[in-house]
Design a protein around this ligand. Structure first.
Ligand code: ASP
Length: 365
């Protein structure tokens, strides 16, 4: 029998107590592609406005509450996703995004972010941006105040400063301690050498192991407003201890984020290299355009990536998580391989809720 999300479990896992209306998703059984039974959240009846984030912690909840206020007061999806993301970016406890994000291998925090506005078919992004806490807001200015889509490194910083952003040290003591620990034992945990999928298991440098998996993290925020317009943001400190200058999928439109105002939006978290190679969020939005639900489209993208490797004779399953929404206010999320179901935070007319998605290839440990 599928197990429903209980009120108690929900509060325990995420939001604490007394937060007003909650939505309890009905779960239905799902057979994953390798034949193992799992549960999948059913989000078939969508309503708008809607906002979701891949984060499911207290900060994610606060971000959704703030964004919901904006949306219910007639604000735009674009403003809602920006304000929500800023709350997550400035949280020093979050080691995957903005201030407090884990640094590159030299101890320097380099941030990537993208924004896309479906209403105006506009996009902006920054990559390898240092010393600015809210890269998504800089990306919005790139989108709105330049004729470019992407600014990188020193140019992105100069642009941010020209708009009054203050340079700040983004490396918190907590992140520094983790980086120092990583540096002491870095021999088999860096990204120098051939790509993971071309290494023999156990070969030094193979980064697909538990400790490396913990070093991924990104936030996706997607919304559709009362006018039916759609916007999205992806923001991250990227792969931790990355080679300086390495840019992941998050600032690349069509990889870490894609929005089509007639269809929906999708965001990605996880191994950016594979999200880039597969143009994953563009693929997800195209699948939704072909009639797939957000949940199905996220699962399709994972299967597509796994199939690409199978086609070249490799049994490689990169760790990815996708989230998606459509114009009708439906939503979904799915992850490639995990012991735990992926979750995201949802705010719509039914209140705040945690939605559980699916695992394409469940693992025992
Ligand atoms: N996708 C991000 C990157 O590759 C990191 C992550 O989501 O974990 O930079």
């Amino acid at each position: 029998m599928p197990s429903p999300i209980t009120r108690r479990g929900f509060c325990h896992q995420s939001f604490g107590f007394g937060l007003g209306a909650f939505l309890w998703q009905t779960l239905r059984p799902f057979w994953s592609p390798n034949g193992r039974r799992h549960t999948i959240g059913s989000a078939s009846t969508g309503t708008t406005p809607l906002i979701i984030t891949s984060h499911r912690n207290e900060t994610g909840r606060r971000a959704m509450e703030t964004a919901w206020e904006i949306l219910t007061n007639g604000g735009s999806a674009l403003d809602a996703v920006e304000k929500a993301t800023n709350i997550i970016e400035v949280d020093p406890e979050d080691t995957s995004v903005g201030y407090g994000g884990l640094p590159n291998e030299r101890g320097v925090v380099q941030l990537d972010a993208s924004i896309m506005d479906g209403k105006t078919y506009s996009a902006g992004s920054v990559a390898a941006l240092e010393n600015i806490k809210t890269p998504s807001s800089v990306a919005r200015l790139v989108m709105e105040r330049t004729d470019h889509v992407m600014l990188v490194g020193a140019g992105a910083l100069e642009f941010a400063k020209s708009w009054g952003f203050e340079e700040e040290n983004l490396l918190t003591d907590r992140a520094r301690e983790r980086w120092l620990r990583w540096r002491e034992e870095r021999s088999d945990r860096d990204d120098w050498g051939p790509p993971d999928h071309l290494r023999t298991p156990g070969e030094p440098g193979t980064s697909v192991n538990a400790s490396q998996a913990e070093t991924h993290g990104t936030v996706n925020v997607l919304a559709v407003d009362a006018d039916g317009d759609i916007a999205g943001i992806t923001s991250t400190s990227g792969l931790s201890y990355k080679i300086p200058g390495r840019i992941g999928d998050s600032p690349i439109i069509g990889a870490g984020l894609y929005v089509n105002n007639d269809v929906g939006a999708a965001g990605a978290t996880g191994r950016g290299e594979d999200v880039i190679k597969s143009c994953a969020t563009y693929y997800i939005v195209m699948r939704m355009q072909e009639g797939r639900s957000p949940q199905e489209a996220c699962e399709d993208a994972l299967q597509m990536i796994a199939a690409r490797y199978r086609a070249v004779g490799l049994d490689f399953l990169p760790g990815e998580k996708f989230v998606a929404i459509n114009k009708d206010g439906e939503y979904g999320c799915a992850t490639m391989r995990s012991t735990r179901v992926p979750r995201m935070t949802v705010a719509n007319r039914s209140g705040l809720s945690i939605y559980e998605g699916t695992i394409a290839f469940p693992t025992d440990t």
